[in-house]
Write a protein that binds this ligand. Structure first.
Ligand SMILES: Cc1ncc(COP(=O)(O)O)c(C=O)c1O
Length: 472
């Protein structure tokens, strides 16, 4: 099966994609021997394809003796072809489980950690939180003895609505906000809510790698949209919206992960117009907004939305407390009622203690001081990384915010080899291919400058550059 996902533009014929879909489910033992398969009509409706397409896929499976037909009764799984339950490559799962590429890299411990797009824990307000825990229990004695509401703590949503309205002119009420356990959960919930198998989804190329995995898990056909220092080619975006009628475009337009690019204001307005014209949701992921080194970034796309096609995800993981897992999803009531349902199915609400801890820091004056200190510290780390890189012929666009450099190495360096050799020396980075829905960014890597201190950063970069030079 095409590992880049299913695409009407670059992929296999549609009937072959339906074939893969059925065959994958059989291999994962979701349908086992002699099970009746969905009728041609039902599957065609489910996958939003023509009945003939499904028929053709079933015919091929039949010819290959993977399924059989009983007259007038339908198609059945042939005996002896499902994978054995204890086959390690095919764990017992009741639904399609997509590999999580980023977490596999993070699983390997590394002293020179350039793969975490996370801020150094020693730069975070640890002492403040530890002093504050007792106060939270005094203020809310039953905070651990109750659930949060599914939509999230009312006091927190009220504060966030005020903040978004005053700071970004988003004009929101607390009812338009739902609290999730990080933006990762928000992306997952929105994928479940908006995307059915075979729906088309636009993703930036490159993009946040976990988002690719999430939309693939949902069975989406992914169409990549290149992101450049100046933003997107909007003519291409319009063409894709017209041609493929995507359900959504997931984007990270402000200090984009992994490139650090910022989509300019004018494009933001035009994108919202396109989304409204072609009824395509824009899922705007905005976790790095406060991490800027120069000037404030342009307003979120959500600020230009009038018809409700923009869903705004704002995580506070990156600069307040990743451990609290607090993010907000902002959308209009017609979507909120469905989001509410998927959130309740996922976990019935984000832990109340985490929300209250976050709220009191969020409302305090310390937050602004903390952000200013972070901006300075991260800018210094970025400069150190760039200084080390300046002795190579590698190329990158210096970002004005965010946590990463997106760096192109000479084509002749085998990236798998560089990663393996680096991990041996306790250095980790993110290979570009896992940020690319079509896996073509073979000469690119993402280097995060935010996680390790200045001295380690400099040593680790020297080691990485030396290793790469040995592979030339
Ligand atoms: C663009 C983007 N979205 C979402 C996330 C996940 O963040 P959270 O900790 O809020 O789940 C990350 C984390 O790196 C990210 O870079």
């Amino acid at each position: 099966m095409d590992p880049t996902g299913l695409s009407r533009s670059h992929g296999k014929p549609l009937f072959k994609q339906v074939y893969d879909y059925i065959w994958n489910r059989i291999q994962r033992a979701e349908w086992t021997e002699h099970d009746k398969l969905p009728s041609v009509r039902v599957l065609a409706e489910e996958l939003n394809v023509n009945r003939l397409t499904v028929f053709k896929a079933y015919q091929q499976l039949k010819d290959e003796k993977k399924i059989y037909v009983k007259d007038k009764s339908g198609y059945y799984v042939h005996p002896g072809i499902s994978m054995p339950f204890d086959d390690l490559d095919y764990p017992i799962v009741s639904s399609y489980v997509q590999k999580s590429h980023l977490s596999e890299i993070h699983r390997v411990p590394a002293a020179y950690q350039f793969s975490y797009a996370l801020i150094d824990p020693y730069l975070m307000p640890n002492r403040y939180f530890s002093e504050y825990v007792k106060e939270i229990f005094d203020l809310y004695p039953t905070v651990l003895s109750t659930y949060s509401t599914i939509q999230g703590d009312e006091e927190l949503r009220e504060s966030l609505a005020l903040f978004f309205t005053n700071k970004h002119r988003l004009h929101l009420s607390q009812d338009d906000i739902l609290i999730t356990s990080g933006s990762q959960q928000a992306i997952d919930l929105l994928a479940r809510m908006l995307v059915q198998p075979m729906d088309t989804v636009l993703l930036e190329r490159p993009t946040y790698s976990a988002a690719i995995d999430i939309f693939r898990q949902q069975g989406a056909q992914i169409i990549p949209v290149d992101i450049h220092p100046y933003g997107y080619d909007l003519e291409q975006v319009e063409l894709y919206m017209k041609q493929y009628k995507p359900r959504l475009f997931y984007l990270n337009p402000t200090f984009h992960n992994p490139t650090g690019y910022v989509v300019p204001t004018e494009q933001r307005k035009q994108l919202v117009e396109l989304a409204e014209r072609y009824h395509c949701f824009l899922v705007e992921d905005d976790p790095f907004r406060e991490i800027y080194f120069d000037q404030k970034p342009p307003p979120p796309l959500f600020a230009y939305s009038t018809e409700g096609y923009v869903v705004y995800i704002r995580s506070f993981s990156k600069y307040v407390a990743p451990g609290l897992r607090i993010a907000a999803v902002c959308c209009r009531p017609s979507l909120m009622k469905h989001l509410f349902t998927v959130k309740s199915l996922a976990d019935n609400g984000t832990p109340l203690l985490n929300q209250k801890m976050f709220l009191h820091y969020f409302k305090s004056k310390r937050l602004q001081q903390h952000i200013m200190k972070l901006q300075t510290a991260l800018n210094i780390r970025k400069s150190i990384m760039e200084k080390e890189l300046s002795r190579t012929n590698w190329t990158w666009d210096s970002p004005t915010g965010g946590l990463n450099l997106w760096v192109q190495l000479p084509d002749s360096i085998a990236m798998d080899m560089l990663l393996a050799k680096s991990l041996e020396q306790s250095i980790s980075f993110v290979p570009g291919t896992i940020c690319d829905p079509s896996k073509e960014a073979t000469s690119w890597i993402r280097l995060s400058y935010s996680y390790i201190n200045e001295q380690k950063l400099s040593t680790g970069m020297k080691m990485l550059i030396d290793l790469a030079e040995q592979l030339l």
